[in-house]
Each structure stands twice: as structure tokens, then as C-alpha cells.
Write a protein that binds this ligand. Structure first.
Ligand code: 5GP
Length: 208
């Protein structure tokens, strides 16, 4: 069986990545990595569903035991991708979505060169600010910090192979899936298939 690949989805906080990922999972066949974080749960978030919520000590232990394939500090908290789930899923041929920030994405690309890096953005910063404020879960101070972080992240957008504007949700979700499908169809990702089908044709032509 072909191995699955990692689909890294990053984007400004408030660009609607979470909604895009949720819709991708509903509409298409992906599996989702659930990260560990030291951030406090937001209202309605459940341990093991949105995140594995950890203390700083627990998080450090995960790092010490090589339990994370990458981790990063974002604003005032730590976030990391648990190793076991990702390795099992890609070995089983599943495409795994990692919704992670830029430092983590760069780290993944160096470890998994065939990972697909996609950056989701709003069409402008005004929309970003509006979405962050209307979420009602962050204080003005945190919103300001997240917009400041977005400015830093914009610098790293260049490192992503794909930039998708999330203006209309369905269009954005379909665009992300199309990127993955076309990546899978590239000839360099089908070398074994090409060898096999040529061999089959050769064998077939001998029989007629
Ligand atoms: P939030 O606090 O809004 O849930 O997430 C803050 C940021 O952390 C987002 O940009 C999100 O994509 C990123 N993030 C979530 N999980 C991980 C992870 O496992 N690793 C890294 N590097 N970033 C993560």
C-alpha cells in the first residue's frame, strides 16, 4: 500500500482554518491529527477532541520522550503534534491533516519532504480582525498579539507551496482537496505505478 502523506494547513489566526478543516473532514477522506497544547481550553472545547490539554510539565515530558514530531511556542503557549497517531496513519495509507503554525510547518517539511504545505488566509486584514473579534473568545490584548503574530507569519507565507483565500468556505475546501488530489496525480508521485503498467503492457503484448 502507498504511504499516506501529511497535509499541513496553516494560516492566520482567524482565517477560518478550523472551519475549513472541519468541512474537509466531513466532505472528503482525511484523518486529523489532534495536537497537544498547554493553552487553557476555550468554552466548549473537549480534551482529546480539539486538543490534548497538558500542563507545561506534561508537555515537557512529551518532548523528552520524543512523543512529538514537532512542537512550537505560539503567543504564550506550547503546541505539538503527537508522533504515534501520525506515524500509524501514514503507514496505513491515510492522508493526515496537521493544523499547525508556521514554525511547525517548516519543521514538518524538513522531516517529511512530501508533505503538502497550504496556507489559508482571509482576503484582507480587515476581515481577519472582524473574524477574531466576532469569535468573542479572545480578549483585545490576545487579538492584538495574534494580529502581530500574523505579521510575522506573513513573512513565512513564501515558504508554502499553496496559498488559498478563504472567502467562500466551500470554494476554499474544494481548492484544498484539489491541491491534494493533483499532488497525488503528479508523475513523480506515481513512479511505481508507471513501472508496473509498462510491465503489464509488455507482458500483455507477448500474449497477443
Ligand atoms: P489556537 O490557540 O487558536 O487553537 O491555535 C494557535 C495556533 O497554534 C494556530 O496557528 C494553530 O494552527 C497552531 N497549532 C495548533 N496545534 C499545533 C501543533 O501541534 N503544532 C504547532 N506547531 N502549531 C499548532
Amino acid at each position: 500500500m502507498e504511504k499516506g502523506r501529511l497535509i499541513v494547513i496553516s494560516g492566520f489566526s482567524g482565517a477560518g482554518k478550523g472551519t475549513v478543516v472541519k468541512k474537509l473532514l466531513e466532505k472528503y477522506n482525511y484523518s486529523l491529527s489532534i495536537s497537544a497544547t498547554t493553552r487553557a481550553p476555550r468554552e466548549g472545547e473537549v480534551d482529546g477532541r480539539e486538543y490534548y490539554f497538558k500542563t507545561v510539565d506534561e508537555f515537557r515530558t512529551l518532548i523528552d520522550y520524543n512523543g512529538l514530531i514537532e512542537w512550537a511556542q505560539y503567543v504564550d503557549n506550547f503546541y505539538g503534534t503527537p508522533r504515534k497517531f501520525v506515524e500509524e496513519e501514514i503507514a496505513a495509507g491515510k492522508n493526515v491533516i496537521l493544523e499547525i503554525e508556521v514554525q511547525g510547518a517548516m519543521n514538518i517539511k524538513s522531516q517529511y519532504p512530501n508533505a503538502i504545505l497550504i496556507f489559508i488566509t482571509t482576503k484582507d486584514i480587515k476581515t481577519l480582525h472582524e473574524r477574531l473579534s466576532s469569535r468573542g473568545t479572545e480578549t483585545p490584548d490576545v487579538i492584538a498579539k495574534r494580529i502581530a503574530r500574523a505579521a510575522e507569519e506573513a513573512e513565512s507565507m513564501e515558504a508554502y507551496e499553496f496559498i488559498v483565500v478563504n472567502d467562500d468556505l466551500d470554494t476554499c475546501v474544494d481548492a484544498v482537496n484539489s491541491i491534494v488530489v493533483s499532488e497525488e496525480c503528479k508523475k513523480e508521485n506515481n513512479t511505481q505505478f508507471l513501472i508496473d503498467i509498462k510491465k503489464e503492457l509488455e507482458d500483455y503484448s507477448k500474449t497477443v
